[in-house]
Design a protein around this ligand. Structure first.
Ligand SMILES: [Zn+2]
Length: 310
């Protein structure tokens, strides 16, 4: 497995915000303590280029974001904070996903995990939103398309709807999207009747669930819908918005899952990738705000991804 982690993700200084520097320092500590840093390949990579970012975000927004960071703008949107180091962290995060996609597509390894921040799946092409500045997974899917892949499947099990990702690919039939999320909940989108438009109709699948949904039902609904879409569209690569804020103790999200469920889901999605695309899977950290449980969930997720590989 390729593992992307970097101390510079701590440069995105959000002060007392729940999407804190401590999240990534705790994850990095776990990656060391649990032996992942010793076991995985650690590629060197570069920040996303303007060309890579501009596949998803207009130049005007990228300039605005860079200027906010230069001026240490603080709160730029109701939920979103930037600091002077946020541009470096955000472009390094999107760059990690692009690098992982390139290496996995080239066959250097089949799987990758990107331990990055800020998260990305709420970022709209034109605006920051919900702790997110650049849409890392959308930029990664567009990198895969630029490399010539026909179909990419994005799975999003963060407790929040991946509205930014959905917005990018709403009319794009080559990028499938399955999101399971608490509903009604932030950001308010992700109803079951949101399925894409035009030639992309049916390539977007939303699974809204109640806060009380039992973990086994959550997983079954995720598995059934994703397998159905994967069978229909035959992806060449699977990308995962791996949020861990559906954990029962998460202070922001809070559904009913525990670390063991993220192990099971990791094993399942690796198997799905082996079945459809030679195991090609890039998993990308999104939310997860409990400083003890989130790193445990990442550890469990990685164990699941490794369970039957090789
Ligand atoms: Zn979330």
């Amino acid at each position: 497995m390729l593992l992307y982690h970097h101390p510079d993700f701590a440069l995105h200084d959000t002060k007392s915000h729940p999407e804190s520097v401590a999240r990534i320092t705790r994850v990095n500590q776990m990656l060391t303590d649990s032996g992942w840093i010793g076991k995985c390949t650690l590629p060197a990579w570069k920040p996303a280029t303007a060309e890579q970012c501009e596949r998803n975000h207009p130049q005007a927004y990228l300039k605005e974001l860079e200027d906010w960071c230069k001026h240490d703008a603080g709160r730029v949107e109701v939920d979103t904070v930037v600091s002077t180091g946020s541009w470096t962290a955000a472009t390094l995060a999107a760059g990690a996903v692009c690098d992982a996609v390139q290496r996995v597509v080239a066959g250097e390894d089949t799987t990758a995990f990107c331990a990055i921040r800020p998260p990305g799946h709420h970022a709209m092409p034109n605006s920051a939103m919900g702790f997110c500045l650049l849409n890392n997974i959308a930029i990664g899917a567009l990198q895969a398309r630029a490399l010539g892949l026909n179909n990419v499947l994005i799975v999003d099990w963060d407790v929040h709807h991946g509205n930014g990702t959905q917005a990018t690919f709403w009319e794009e039939p080559s990028v499938g999207f399955v999101s399971i999320h608490r509903f009604p909940f932030y950001p308010g989108t992700g109803k079951a009747d949101e399925t894409g438009s035009g030639r992309a109709l049916g390539t977007k699948v939303n699974i809204p669930v109640a806060a009380s949904v039992p973990p086994d039902e959550f997983l079954k609904r995720l598995y059934d819908s994703t397998e159905k879409l994967a069978n229909a569209m035959k992806p060449d690569l699977i990308l995962l918005s791996a949020g861990f804020d559906a954990h029962r103790n998460d202070p922001v999200g809070g559904l009913t899952l525990e670390a063991e469920h993220f192990r099971q889901a990791g094993e399942w999605i690796s198997q799905l990738a082996r079945q459809h695309c030679g195991g090609k899977l890039v998993s990308i950290l999104e939310g997860g705000y409990h400083l003890k449980h989130m790193p445990e969930c990442v550890d469990a997720h990685l164990q699941g991804m490794q369970a039957k590989s090789k």
